[in-house]
Design a protein around this ligand. Sequence first.
Ligand code: MGD
Ligand code: MGD
Ligand code: SF4
Ligand code: MO
Length: 746
Amino acid sequence: MFWKKFFRPSVGKSIPGNGRVSMNLVYDEEDLSVFDVSSIPDAELKWTPSICPYCGVGCGLLVGSKEGKLHKIRGNPSHPANLGLLCAKGATLAQVVDTPDRLISPMTRVSQNGEFMPTTWEKALSHLSQKIQETVQRHGPDSFAFYISGQLLTEDYYVINKLAKGYLGTNNVDSNSRLCMASAAAGYTASLGVDGPPACYEDIELSDCFLLIGTNTAACHPVVFQRIKMRRAKDPNVRVIVVDPRRTQTADLADLYLPIRPGTDVAFLNGLLHVLEKEGFLDSDFIDRSTRGWETLKETIQEYTPERTAHLCGLKAEDIETAARHFGRSRSALSFWSMGLNQSSHGTAKNNAVINLHLATGKIGKPGSGPFSLTGQPNAMGGRETGGLCHMLPGHRFVANEAHRAEMEKFWDVSPGRIAKSAGLSAVELFKSLEEGVVKIVWIIATNPAVSIPNLGRLTAALQKAELVVVQDPYFPTETTRYAHVVLPAAQWSERDGTVTNSERRISYSQKINEPVGQARPDWRIVTDLARLSGFEKAFPYESAEDIFEEYKESTRGTTMDITGVSYARLKDCPVQWPCPEGGVSTARLYTDGKFHTGDGRARFLAHSYKEPAESPSEEFPMVLTTGRVRDQWHTMTRTGKVDALLKSEPYAFIEIHPLDAEALDIAQDDMVEIISRRGRARAPARLTDRIGRGVCFMPFHWGELFGNASVNLATIEAVDPVSKQPELKYCACRVEKVNERVYAR
Ligand SMILES: Nc1nc2c(c(=O)[nH]1)N[C@H]1C(S)=C(S)[C@@H](COP(=O)(O)OP(=O)(O)OC[C@H]3O[C@@H](n4cnc5c(=O)[nH]c(N)nc54)[C@H](O)[C@@H]3O)O[C@H]1N2
Ligand SMILES: Nc1nc2c(c(=O)[nH]1)N[C@H]1C(S)=C(S)[C@@H](COP(=O)(O)OP(=O)(O)OC[C@H]3O[C@@H](n4cnc5c(=O)[nH]c(N)nc54)[C@H](O)[C@@H]3O)O[C@H]1N2
Ligand code: SF4
Ligand SMILES: [Mo]
C-alpha cells in the first residue's frame, strides 16, 4: 500500500498472520475499507500519520483527507503499537470530527432554563480570569479546581498544572484518570518505587502465559487482544487464563476461564501465590537479590489455600491450582488488567497482589514477562507523567515531597513555598467539596462527569451549587454542559498537534490535519490565553504545542522518566518509550537489571488480606451490580454515539442478568427492568445470559441522558480506595425489578 512510505518501519518486523478475525474485532489494512463513507479514490487523498484518540493501545493511523475534510482512516503499518491493525472505533473517526453538534463559539448561559448565547473569546476569557482572581482572593486558591481528562495531550496537562499548582497556588487538578488508572499508579509506586508498567507490547509475541484479570481486552483494547490471539494461535503451549465474573469475548479465548465472584481478586491472587509457593515455582534468587518483605507476605498467603480461596471467590480449588501451574511452569508470563481490579475500594491492594506474583516468580524485567496494566484512555499515562493528578507534580514528583516541590518551584520560577504542601482534591472529594460550597469554581475539560461519575444524582447536584462551572468540549450539548455557566469550544484530535503516551510508555506525536471547526481552539491554547490574561504572560509564552513540550521535557531531566532525548522531530520519525534521556535510546523494558526505584533498589512485597467491598448485598438489595463497556462505544458516546456502523452491534443500553435470577424475578428477555440501589435507579431492557454469574447483574455506563437516558451511575457508589482514592465502580448492592413498560425497540 502506498501510504507505507509515510513512516519508517521502527520495529523491523510485522505481526504474524493477516489480522483477519472471525468476529471482526480488528481490521487490517485492506479490511478497513468496509468503514469508508467516502468514494474518493485513495490516490486523490492526502495521507497524514496520526494517533487514535480513543483507547490506550495508542494505534498509529493514516488519515486520508482532501481540502481540509477527513475521508478515510487506515492503520499505520509502521506504528509499533498496531502495525496496521485497527478496531472499528478508530476506523470510523473521520465521521466524528465535523458533526452538526460541534460547539463553534464560546457561549455564556443567559437563563435559568439553560439557554446560551454566543460570546467572543476575549469576553469569555477575561470574564473567567476576573472571576477566578476575585474568588481566589476572597476564598483562597482552593476555592478553584480543574477537573480534567486522560484524553488531553501531554502539553495540555503541563500547562494546566503549571497554572494551577505553580501560579494560582492550588493543587486542585484532578482527572477522570482517578476513576480509571489511579489504583494502578498507586500500586506500581508502592511495589516498584515509581509508576509505570515495566513491559511492552513486543512482550506479547514473546510470552508463554497470559493472565487476563479484570479486563475485557477483546472489547476494550482490541488490537492488544488481537496480538495475544495471534501469539496463542502460533504456539500450542501458550496458555491464556481469564478471570472475570462475566464470560466476555475475552474469556472465549481462554484455556482456563475463572468466573470469579466480584470483588474477591485479592483472595484469588493470594491463592495463586499460595500454590506457586507450595509447588516450588518461586524464584528464590530473585526474591533474595531484588525484593523485600517476602516473609510477611509468605505468612499472609498461608491461609489462602486452594479450598479457602475457592470458597471466597466462588471458584473450584483445582482451577486455582491449574491457573497457578500455568503461570508457574511457563518460561514467561504477562498479566494484563484494567478496571476489574482498579475500580475497587481495594484497587491498590489488587494491583500490589498482581505485582507480587511477578516478583515472587522473577517474571519481571525479562522478555515476555511482567505486570502490565492496560491504560484506558489515549493519554492517561501522559497525565501520570506530567503530574495531572492532585497529588502529583511533573516527572513522577509528588506534591507531599518537599524536595520535589522545591525543584518545581525553581523550574517554574515561582517563589519558594508557592506550591501548596498537601494534595489537592481528588475527583470524588472535589464533587463533595462543591456540595459543601468549599470549591466555588470548577473548570471541566475533556470529560463528561454528568455521565461518568459514581452516584450521579448526588454528585451532579453538587455541580449546581457551584458559583461558576466552565465546560470545555468540542460538542454541545453534552450531559455536563447542562450545568455550565460558560462553555468553551475545544479543538479536538485532528485539529491540533501534540504528544500522547500509550500503555507501553510509548510517546507518539499526533499531527494536526485540518483546521478546527468554527472558533474552536486547542486546549493548551485556551489555558495559556487565560494565564496570560491573569498576569502570567512571562511564564506562559508558548506559541505552539512544541514550545510547551520543550519546556516540559526539561522538567523530567534526571527523573525516573527522563525524556530529554525526545523531540517532535524524533517522534515524527519514530515513537519512543520512556525513559529516553538526552543521547539515550528508547527503553522497551524497565527493571532488566533487577533494580527498582525504591531507594535501596529492592521491590516491595506488599501483603494484603481479602476485605469485603464497601457495600455488601442485603435482603433489600440482594444482588451485585457491576458495570463496564461494550466493544463499539466509547464512554459517554459524544463521538461513537453518532456513527451508524458503531451503533449496529449494540444500539441500546441493556442489563445482563442470569436466566435463573430472571426467572425468580419473573423477568423475560427484553423486558424493561430497573436496577435499584440505595442511591438511585437505572432502566434498560433485560438481557438474559448465562455468561454472567448468579446474583450479579451488569450494565454498561455509556448511555447517559442524551443517548437513551440509561445512566447506570445513578446507582453506583462513591466509595473509594483509601490509597488511590479511586471509586468502586465495579461493585455495589442492588435489586432488579421488572417495570411495566412496553419496549418498542428491537
Ligand atoms: N470499546 C471501548 N474500549 C475502551 C473504552 C470504551 O469506553 N469502550 N474505554 C477505555 C478506558 S478509559 C478504559 S479504563 C478501558 C477499560 O477496559 P476494561 O477494564 O477491559 O473494561 P470494563 O468493561 O470497564 O471492565 C472490564 C471487566 O471487568 C470485569 N469485572 C467486574 N468486576 C470485576 C471483579 O471484581 N474482578 C474481576 N476480575 N473482574 C471484574 C467486568 O465484567 C468487565 O468485563 O477501556 C478502554 N477502551
Ligand atoms: N459505572 C461506570 N462509570 C465509569 C466507568 C465504569 O467502568 N463504570 N469507567 C470510568 C472510567 S475508567 C473513565 S476513563 C471515565 C470516562 O468518562 P468521561 O471522561 O466522562 O467520558 P468521555 O465520553 O470520554 O468524555 C470525554 C469528553 O471530552 C470531550 N472531548 C473529546 N476530545 C476532546 C478534546 O480534545 N478536548 C476537549 N476539551 N474535550 C474533548 C468529549 O466530547 C467528551 O465530552 O468513566 C468512568 N466512569
Ligand atoms: S484499539 Fe484502541 S487505539 Fe486502536 S483503533 Fe481501537 S480504539 Fe483506537
Ligand atoms: Mo478509563
